[in-house]
Write a protein that binds this ligand. Structure first.
Ligand code: 5AD
Ligand code: SF4
Length: 458
């Protein structure tokens, strides 16, 4: 069968889609463009209102493409978990719905539905343990996957846990991804070893709250710090990253790891969400601004070059002008290298739906614009400071930009910054993506760096 996957949302969704693509390919299915596909898989996100709305408009479009007999749509991910059976009622061409824990069963189900055109299946139950999935081969180097599919040569994502127990008052994730379930550490390490053996050089460990790895019924006494130290010993693994971290759970051993583990990348995404203590309290975050700043200085002491990024919500119910000024103040104090910021949006069933007063969209938009403008400058200044320095870039893929014989490659330095490097046109043939390169940074733009190759480190 020819199939197409459309993905919304976070890195966990991107990784899930990537796994599903490979699982179907190993069953003889072929990943194709939307215009050629017979089966469509939509992996959905409901963390904010906008991505959820997009799912419905995509389904409208796919309905028109589903006229061929045997053609159908599968909906997975967070909106699938939330709406469940409702998809069958609203969209007759949807024949498979799978929630967060149901993805392991999706490949088999897709095969069955391709055979039996009358059937519909739904997997929406939460499981009490981490649902292990069949292992699929990582993307081989020569298979430069088109952008959007999520696989980058030399890089891989590894799930270490599923779900979240924190119930931050604005967040739908605990309802759509269920209770926290850690994966067995031996399974994680085995998967990492296999990936490195097949040529992967950078692994990102994924989970909704990786710092509380092992602190649930799936735990074996191995903490997240223990796991990091064990993974860092894998020979040939050049870079380790992890996301996402909750500040309340970051252990001193994890902070120390940034100073001790040579292959742990100097980059941490540490969602702050707000700067005012009263707002943090009502968000249920269980840390205050003082504690957040202590963590930041601990990290910078352990690893002075660490690049910090964050998530910020503006316009949380009850956020006053003064509260927002405190968020701006924290942005000045920490000087995040980058931040993702959002206007608060009510999600069905979360505690904050009932919190009053709501901040008007007009006020929230003004705050968001101000924050983003300020962040743009700080990002630019942080990047400008790197010009004239040498760095190591893991090449990802050539960009569309070409100057005669020169091809512009895109890659990332260990801090996670995008670096563009011009290379001779025939470079790809000898040195595909996934290669590490020494680069001199020559220029900083708003969101990325430009540099020149000075050598190949290994
Ligand atoms: N409204 C706005 N932003 C939200 N996020 C999560 N829930 C909401 C919501 N209801 C943001 C948080 C989180 C990121 C993934 O999305 O900042 O860290
Ligand atoms: Fe949502 Fe909070 Fe869990 Fe993050 S830690 S997924 S924000 S409930």
């Amino acid at each position: 069968m020819k199939f197409n996957v459309i993905t919304f949302g976070c890195q966990m969704n991107v990784h899930d889609s990537d796994w599903l693509i490979r699982a179907m390919e190993s069953r003889g299915w072929e990943a194709v463009d939307e215009s050629e596909a017979e089966v469509f898989i939509v992996n959905t996100c409901s963390v904010r209102e906008k991505p959820e709305q997009k799912v419905y408009s995509v389904l409208g479009r796919l309905g028109r493409l589903c006229s061929r007999p045997g053609s159908f749509v599968a909906v997975g991910g967070c909106v699938a978990q939330q709406i469940g059976q409702g998809f069958f009622e609203r969209f007759p061409f949807v024949r498979l719905v799978f929630g967060s824990d149901g993805i392991a069963k999706a490949p088999q189900a897709l095969e069955e539905l391709a055979e039996d055109h009358e059937r519909k299946l739904i997997f929406n139950d939460f499981l009490s343990d981490y649902p292990e999935r069949e292992q699929v081969d990582p993307s081989p180097y020569e298979d430069l996957v088109p952008p959007g599919i999520g696989t980058i040569p030399g890089q891989a994502f590894v799930n270490i846990m599923q779900g979240c127990d924190n119930f931050c008052t604005y967040c739908i994730v605990p309802y759509t991804r269920g209770r926290q379930k850690s994966r067995h550490p031996d399974h994680v390490i085995e998967e990492c070893r296999g990936l490195v053996k097949s040529g992967v050089r950078e692994i990102t460990l994924l989970g909704q709250n990786v710092n509380s790895f092992g602190l649930d019924s799936g735990g074996t006494g191995v903490s997240f710090a223990d796991l990091l130290y064990r993974i860092s010993e894998i020979e040939g693994l050049e870079r380790i990253r992890f996301t996402t971290s909750h500040p309340k759970d970051i252990a001193p051993e994890v902070i120390r790891a940034f100073g001790e583990l040579p292959n742990l990348c100097p980059h941490l995404h540490l969602p702050m969400q707000a700067g005012a203590d009263s707002v943090l309290k009502r968000m249920g975050r269980k840390y205050d601004s003082k504690r957040y700043l202590e963590i930041v200085s601990g990290l910078r002491e352990a690893c002075p070059e660490i690049a910090l990024s964050t998530d910020i919500i503006v316009g949380f119910p009850g956020e006053s002008d003064d509260d927002f000024e405190q968020t701006m103040d924290m942005v000045e104090k920490v000087r995040f290298e980058s931040s993702f910021s959002f206007k608060y949006s009510d999600r069905p069933g979360v505690a904050a739906v009932k919190f009053q007063p709501k901040v008007s969209d007009d006020v929230a938009q003004k705050r968001l614009t101000r924050l983003q403008e300020r962040q743009k400058h700080i990002t630019r200044e942080s990047l400008e400071r790197l010009t004239g320095l040498e760095t190591v870039v893991l090449l990802e893929r050539p960009s569309r930009k070409q100057d005669g014989d020169i091809v512009h490659w895109r890659g990332k330095d260990s801090g996670g910054r995008v670096v563009n490097v011009p290379l001779p046109g025939d470079y790809e043939k000898n040195s595909p993506g996934g290669k590490l390169l020494r680069v001199l940074i020559t220029e900083a733009k708003n969101h990325s760096l430009f540099g020149e190759k000075v050598g190949e480190p290994w």
